[in-house]
Design a protein around this ligand. Sequence first.
Ligand SMILES: Nc1ncnc2c1ncn2[C@@H]1O[C@H](COP(=O)(O)OP(=O)(O)O)[C@@H](O)[C@H]1O
Ligand SMILES: [Mg+2]
Length: 469
Amino acid sequence: MLFVEIMQAPTLHKLDTSKIPSQRRFMESQAPELMYSGAFAAGKTRILLEKGLFLSLKYPGNVGAVMRKTLVALKHTTMETLWRDVLTPELYKYYGCEFNKQSQILTFGNGSKIFFLGIDEPIKVGGLEVGWIGIDEAVELDEEDYIMLLGRCRLTSLGNGLKLPFRQVFLATNPGPDTHYLYKRFYIDKHGEVVESSSLENPFLPADFIERLKTFTGSYRERYVLGRWIGFEGLVYDNWSGRDMVISSFPIPKEWKRFRAIDYGYTNAFSCQWWAVCPDEPFWWEQGYRGMYLYRQIYMTQRTVPEHAEVINSYDEFISGTVSDWDAGDRALLQQHGIGTIKAIKDIVPGIQVVYNEITNGRVQIFRDSLIEKDTTLSSSSQPTSTEDEFALYRWADIPKNKNQKEIPQDKNNHGMDALRYMVATIGGFVLNPTPVVYGRRSSWITPHIGVGALGRQRHEGRRSWMKA
Ligand SMILES: Nc1ncnc2c1ncn2[C@@H]1O[C@H](COP(=O)(O)OP(=O)(O)O)[C@@H](O)[C@H]1O
Ligand SMILES: [Mg+2]
């Protein structure tokens, strides 16, 4: 039988976990609930997949699931790591794998199976009965989702009279706020086992990536670099420096693309931003340019969309695209005036992360004279009158103590902030974090994955574990 051959064949697949001891603990644990909590690029997704692969090979006929909140995110992040680093073409062939793209099911020559699922596919998730579930970016899941999945992990018989010795739900996640149910469940109520890791512990990361991580400050550093469960508070963009980032204007080179980003408003400010994007090429970097430049903006209350459209249309230049909030009526009005819009990617926290990274890397700049006209109503009541004014006022909201608390900023001083986020998240951003945020694939200035060696060569020394038996 094929699986006997496989189990007896020399193990082609071996991960070097000796340099990241928490990965090894994660692999070894048989706790019914297990969480790998760690910072950006701490090796979470990788070890999650490695564990799933191991369980599939070790127990022929095993059935497992790799999941994330949305199937889209799973495909663009977790599964990319799977094909690139874990189940390379060579191993895929060696283990007799077949992947059905339609059903997103991976089968092995030994009869094992892995489902790849998003929680956003309730019909598929509903019928699940598995021996293990690996959940990536588990912090995204609501508590109900999580409890429901615990109930799906109940496979005991592998067929052929074989029994599965243990079942496990294992999670990989960035930390969230300390009010999150996962924090309560694992850290306070001690329902499961936790393994922790910080990015600074992953020796497989390129030096320049580590350098960039070191530029993180405040609560972002605590959470995403050091891997601590803490709530966001204070300024959303505590790394913004008006002194460095608000600059004198210069003629925009004709090679650069121009975009617009719009957040609608009447009582609140309507924000339209014109961005010029410097190509990510050494030629420009050498001249001191990088990132995006806000070269013109409307920031105005008490005017209708057609009035704004007239101003927008008075500038004669080629615009590669206009992203905006989703409001159908406002978009239709712009369309009537010849201004077509793309619906922005609106996920708040992932979007903020990318903007934050762009700011840290000095890639968001604003021309000092970009504002077309000052709104006197706003200035006479001491409210922000431009996008740049909002940075010092845009703050995280307190997290409500009730059920599924989402972390969001306060809903004020956010008109230019929203337009900025739409621009960066939708059109492109320099993605520091190699996994969490999902983008449209249309943009070429998105950082590629950080690729590092796939297979380790070393063996673990020391006590014999269940994994070798
Ligand atoms: N033990 C390891 N050996 C080799 N490469 C590793 C190891 N652990 C992680 N990596 C690599 O480091 C990078 C970041 O890991 P990843 O699992 O994507 O991090 P996270 O999910 O925590 O953001 C990936 O390219 C991954 O393949
Ligand atoms: Mg990951």
